[in-house]
Design a protein around this ligand. Structure first.
Ligand code: PAF
Length: 275
């Protein structure tokens, strides 16, 4: 496996790589990432992963400085997963000057759900992913459904800019007790880790209630948040949306997803479930 720490170094090998499947990450890899790498092997001969903690997508009060940087162990995992090339650029290489040009996703896609609580987050994600895609020039790129809104924003970006890249979703990987794997789970204390699967439980309960029918959506969403509050969570939202654009459902035929974000102690967890 080769590790490239500059855009120039990666560009020098790209012509020899043929069809490429690309998995962008911020490192601190867990089984969810590794599953995406393995999924990628079904779509191309060469798997490229990137490891870059992107300053642009962190808000002023978020954990950019403390975000775990674990490149050495990440590379060991990537190699075992069959990744051939890692693009791990230095900050000065990705942002040699302040990034003053940005990708601005549609307002209705980024002012709701995560966007309501993380102003500027998706602009930062879309900008770095545009840049990573320009460098790596993959044929396919894979993003996990765990970050459902990110996947929707990036799929739209690639479609609307006519980029010749297929975006593929990866299923969320869960621990045996249902907790979605996430780099942020590492911040949970032992007690919080035991409580954390309640977020997924809230989603499955809401799905079951919805399928049972008869009660208004808003009431189910409110009740799900109240259940978490009673267990000392601070929910930001639990909301049923259309899968396609994450707007409120408009017709009974809309395929739906329920999305949630809630703080447990100092750790903010997100999850979702297609229903
Ligand atoms: O999902 C992530 O890890 C990041 O948002 C991404 C897509 C690598 C962009 O920095």
């Amino acid at each position: 496996m080769q590790i490239h720490t500059s855009i120039a170094a990666f560009r020098s090998v790209r012509p020899s790589l043929g069809r490429v499947a690309f998995v962008p990450t911020m490192g601190n890899l867990h089984e969810g990432h590794i599953t995406l790498m393995k999924q990628a092997t079904e779509h191309a001969d060469t798997i490229v992963a990137s490891v870059f903690v992107n300053r642009l997508q962190f808000g002023p009060n978020e954990d950019f400085d403390h975000y775990p940087r674990t490149l050495e162990s990440d590379c060991e995992k990537l190699e075992r997963a069959g990744v051939a090339h890692v693009f791990a650029p230095r900050e000065a290489d990705m942002y040699p000057v302040a990034q003053t040009y940005h990708v601005d996703p549609a307002a209705e896609h980024i002012t709701t759900l995560e966007g309501e609580f993380r102003a500027g987050h998706f602009r930062g994600v879309a900008t770095v992913v545009m840049k990573l895609l320009n460098v790596v020039q993959p044929n396919v790129a894979l993003f996990g459904k765990k970050d459902y809104q990110q996947l929707m924003v990036l799929s739209n970006m690639v479609r609307q800019f006519a980029m010749p890249i297929e975006i593929l979703p990866g299923e969320t990987v869960r621990a045996a007790d249902g907790l979605a794997l996430s780099s942020r789970n590492g911040y949970l204390s032992a007690d919080e880790r035991a409580e954390a699967p309640q977020l997924y439980k809230a989603l499955t309960r809401l799905r079951d209630q919805l399928h049972a029918g008869a009660r208004p959506l808003a009431e189910l969403e409110r009740e799900a948040m109240d259940v978490l509050r009673a267990r000392n969570w601070e929910p930001d939202y639990i909301s049923v949306r259309r899968r396609e654009d994450l707007q409120p459902p408009a017709s009974p035929d809309d395929p739906l997803v329920v999305l949630a974000a809630a703080k447990l102690g100092r750790t903010r967890l997100i999850d979702n479930l297609e229903i």
